[in-house]
Design a protein around this ligand. Sequence first.
Ligand code: GAR
Length: 189
Amino acid sequence: MKKIAIFASGSGSNAENIAHYFNSNSEVEVSLILSNKKNAFVLERAKKLNIPTRTFTRADFYETNSIVDFLQNSKIDLIVLAGFLWLVPDSLIEAYPNTIINIHPALLPNYGGKGMYGMHVHEAVIANKEKESGITIHLVNEKYDEGEIIQQAKCLINAEDTAEDLANKIHELEYEHFPRAVENYLNKI
Ligand code: GAR
């Protein structure tokens, strides 16, 4: 059995989609959902899905080893960041080399880096009148959005599309590709 821990800071629709996807796979389990926000909606979703949760503070995450210890004691094999907005500390990257995957809602290396998350990304893409955007699934290293790219997928942007329209298109791409990319990656490790 391979065990996944998902980190999410907000709504958690990707976290839920991934958990549903692996429900029908007896060899993979979403074992934990972690959040840096005590009131994040992802925690409600986790409750409904019967997945144990853990929240943590900035001090827990950056100044102690408690989250690394917790993940290792829980025998987690792969960490998936699904709308998780904090930089991952070196201690976690060292404990999980090449086994932390992030999804970014744009075609990296464009529209990445600190502050580029969620609607900020889509607003910037629309403001620049881009003709296309997409998603990037990548490994996590010590810099925001710079780890090795595993997979990208694109969508077209129409002249009349708003940032909200683009966010919807991006979510559809994420729901379609992210769980399978995680599964394929798990089969390689
Ligand atoms: C997703 O679109 C994800 O790509 C993005 O946050 C959204 C979370 O949605 N992540 C980032 O911007 C990371 N830089 P969700 O909470 O509904 O899954």
